[in-house]
Design a protein. Structure first.
Ligand SMILES: C[S@@+](CC[C@H](N)C(=O)[O-])C[C@H]1O[C@@H](n2cnc3c(N)ncnc32)[C@H](O)[C@@H]1O
Length: 276
């Protein structure tokens, strides 16, 4: 019954899925994913009871549409419209929408379908914003665009409708406030940058910096003390090794293709850290 992400997302974990599953606890109560992004692990597992969170509001519009019958229909209908109307000019018209003053008040199905359409038609299939928070990836110059896979989309809709899934939008700390002994938290934060490679950080207008990595390591420790199973992925950097030196650090290799700058692409060492 597993499904795939509806958007391609920087730092997406599709290629590390097998390793992540191997390193997860065999059993747990509630599943928490505070940096859910494209949701590769969540959709592979489809846990019955889950809390997901991300600070990116556009992404949350998609998940909230998947969880509501009416918004889901409206989102699909609008995706069909985008496919029919697609052209170079149309792409830029839709891209401009987040510059309109009342964009934040647009219905969620409109924002969700815009994000999916742009993700499927832009260069490299990437979500990236500038310092003002406006989407700024250029067109991928595709003649035709397919915005979604029907079977996959329906699987996801059924999952969101039928499972006990809580969707939160905000900072990662709030997302795990209810985590208790026996629950499982998977943290997949924006990467700590390597000194000699460009690292993607433009998920929102706020960058995730070293202080945030330290804040996250403190939270990891707090959850560990509570008896929560915690797994975290990041780059294999000096800082990350220092922050988690009391825990199990597994080094894995990953291919990173989704960087707008070619210097940031290629094979990189990542770590999967567990407290169990
Ligand atoms: C590496 S990505 C997660 C990728 C995801 N595991 C996947 O498979 O697609 C990191 C995510 O963290 C989100 N993020 C950045 N800062 C955050 C914060 N302070 N709190 C919660 N989420 C945040 C970004 O919007 C992004 O979606």
């Amino acid at each position: 019954m597993n499904a795939k992400p509806v958007v391609k997302w920087a730092g997406g974990k599709r290629q590390l899925i097998d390793k992540l599953i191997e390193l997860m606890p065999d059993e747990y109560d509630h599943y928490f994913e505070p940096f859910v992004g494209g949701g590769a692990l969540l959709f592979e597992l489809m846990p019955e009871n889950a809390t997901i969170n991300d600070v990116n509001e556009e992404l949350l519009c998609i998940y909230n549409c998947l969880a509501d019958k009416d918004d889901f229909k409206l989102m699909i209908n609008e995706l069909e419209n985008h496919e029919k109307n697609h052209s170079e000019k149309y792409f830029y018209q839709i891209r401009e929408l987040d510059r309109t003053p009342d964009y934040q008040n647009f219905p969620i199905w409109k924002r969700a379908s815009r994000t999916i359409y742009l993700n499927k038609s832009c260069f490299n299939g990437l979500y990236r914003v500038n310092s003002k928070g406006y989407f700024n990836v250029p067109s991928g110059k595709k003649k035709k665009v397919q915005t979604y896979d029907k079977v996959n989309m329906l699987k996801l809709h059924n999952y969101f409708i039928n499972s006990g899934i809580t969707i939160l939008s905000g900072d990662f700390t709030k997302a795990v406030e209810k985590a208790q002994r026996g629950d499982f938290v998977y943290f997949d934060p924006p990467y700590d940058p390597f000194d000699d490679k460009d690292t993607f950080t433009s998920y929102t207008k706020f960058n995730f910096n070293k202080d945030d990595q330290v804040r996250l390591a403190d939270l990891f420790k707090e959850l560990d003390n509570k008896g929560v199973y915690v797994m975290l992925s990041n780059h294999n950097t000096k800082l990350i090794n220092e922050l988690y030196d009391n825990y199990n650090i597994n080094v894995v290799n990953a291919k990173r293709m989704i960087n707008s700058n070619a210097k940031g692409r290629g094979n990189v060492e990542e770590v999967i850290i567990t407290n169990y």
